[in-house]
Design a protein around this ligand. Structure first.
Ligand code: COA
Length: 181
């Protein structure tokens, strides 16, 4: 099992640990945080099940799922999570996402984490295309995806049934040669 840790100026993205569950639950149980997410607000059991899946992903061979804790450095304060999943090994395609505790919004942390995650996808996983989707009303997330160099490729109408309401979403992606430039 190869452990991964990515470092940026202010953050470390590392594999989750079982004992992270309380810090994860602090954001995963917050209705405002999960407003645009297809999961949550979590029960404690759901948060622990998420961590169990994240840990199981570490021992896959080849590994296709990378769920990382976002921690603030120096120290190891867990402020959120992010992940990248190889969705199409033959096409070298992956999807990514991120989520932060509300106390840490508005400081550029998600942009910093997302950029590191995409760099990891291209430079260490050898991906050709990395995509992300977001609710069309999730302005902050769409902005992050644009800031890290993704292009909006599609607007899907009512493709998601979220807590009883149909929602639109955007598809964003970046290609390896665009990233290299
Ligand atoms: C979306 C989320 C990750 C943003 O995290 P963050 O650390 O605050 O994001 P950043 O500070 O890196 O960047 C946000 C950008 O959006 C902009 N933004 C935020 N809210 C905005 C709004 N209502 N209108 C316009 N721009 C907005 C910010 O100004 C910033 O852009 P800038 O650097 O050009 O000023 C965070 O709010 C979150 O975890 N939300 C819940 C989970 C979620 O929605 N995840 C994404 C699923 S697709």
């Amino acid at each position: 099992m190869k452990p991964f840790a990515l470092t940026t100026e202010r953050l470390t993205l590392r594999d989750f640990r079982r004992r992270d569950w309380k810090a994860v639950h602090a954001y995963a149980a917050d209705l405002e945080v999960v407003r645009f997410m297809p999961w949550g607000p979590n029960t404690e059991r759901q948060t622990k099940a998420f961590l169990a899946r994240a840990l199981a992903g570490r021992i896959e061979d080849p590994r296709t799922k990378f769920e990382f804790a976002i921690t603030a450095t120096p120290g190891d304060r867990l402020i959120g999570g992010c992940g990248i999943r190889v969705s199409s090994p033959a096409d070298r395609g992956a999807g990514m996402g991120y989520c932060l505790h509300r106390d840490f919004w508005g400081h550029g942390f998600a942009t910093e984490a997302a950029r590191a995650l995409v760099g990891f996808g291209f430079e260490q996983l050898g991906m050709h295309r990395i995509f992300a989707t977001c609710d069309t009303e999730n302005v902050a997330s769409a902005r992050i995806l644009e800031k890290i160099g993704m292009q909006r490729e599609a607007h899907f109408r009512e493709d998601t049934l979220l807590r009883g309401k149909w929602r639109d979403s955007y598809l964003y992606a970046v290609l390896e040669d665009e990233w290299a430039r």
